[in-house]
Design a protein around this ligand. Structure first.
Ligand code: ADE
Length: 247
């Protein structure tokens, strides 16, 4: 059964497909799935597209159609905590949908009828991702890229990743999220949705996100630049290291 590697955008998947041996392409549910072997292990690559529903559809297809044994999300996120900077890596230990609000019927952020607001990442995958992250260094990048994105101080953090159907690109909004969820390290648009699907199916899930922006007024400038110049290389190095660690 394959390990599924999910990314939201083509730039985040860039360089992953070339690593597969014996690649096959399957079009299903309006999405492209690429199967093959990487470090001798069966792998399926897919793009979730953007947002929670699109990501949930892709995750469901990975499980139902491709029999994914585990799912790992790789891509970028906006940093929220002050010490989570552009270039850093966030490995999620928990996921929460920051735009879930069924008040007054259910507590804020609780997913109705689950009795949960936070979904846990698979602890074993978190451990392996932590080891894999230490294999990724700023040495992957040339001097100009390192200087532009201040990659020399790249650090890894573990903790809460929050998701919602919003690209957070205003300092005020980022501050509100931080006030409501002080332990949130970073924000994306898919992770918590995939976590919920994997919870439903009992499939191990983890996510690793590189910080492309600070979810502030400059996020819309920082995000595309980081995506095109840094994200793909970081994802390839990290996933390669992870797959070499799997049984
Ligand atoms: N992914 C990367 N940056 C993000 C942001 N600022 N908001 C939501 N998702 C993101």
């Amino acid at each position: 059964m394959p390990t599924a590697i999910l990314s939201a955008l083509p730039e985040e998947q860039h360089g992953l497909r070339e690593q597969l041996d014996g690649t096959e392409h399957v079009r299903h549910a309006g999405r492209d799935f690429h199967t093959g072997r990487w470090h001798g292990r069966p792998v399926v690559l897919a793009l979730s597209r953007i947002g929670k529903v699109a990501a949930a559809t892709t995750a469901t297809a990975l499980i139902e159609r491709f029999g994914a044994q585990r799912i790992v999300f790789t891509g970028v996120a906006g940093g929220l905590c002050p010490d989570v900077r552009v270039g850093d890596t966030v490995i999620a230990t928990e996921f929460l949908q920051h735009d879930m609000n069924a008040l007054p019927l259910f507590p804020r952020h609780e997913v109705p009828l689950y009795g949960l607001s936070r979904f846990a990442a698979n602890a074993e995958l978190v451990g392996l991702l932590s080891m894999a992250a230490s294999a990724v260094s700023s040495g992957l990048f040339d001097g100009a890229t390192r200087a532009r994105f201040k990659l020399d101080g790249m650090r890894t953090h573990k903790g809460l990743l929050i998701s919602g159907d919003r690209f957070v690109s205003a300092a005020q909004e980022a501050m509100t999220l931080q006030r409501d969820l002080p332990d949130a390290l970073a924000v994306d648009m898919e992770g918590a949705a995939v976590a919920q699907v994997c919870y439903d199916y009992g499939i191990p899930f983890a996510a690793v996100r590189n910080i492309s922006d600070r979810a502030d007024d400059a996020a819309h400038v920082d995000f595309p630049a980081y995506l095109s110049q840094v994200a793909g290389k970081q994802a390839r190095a990290l996933i390669s290291a992870l797959l070499s660690l799997l049984d």
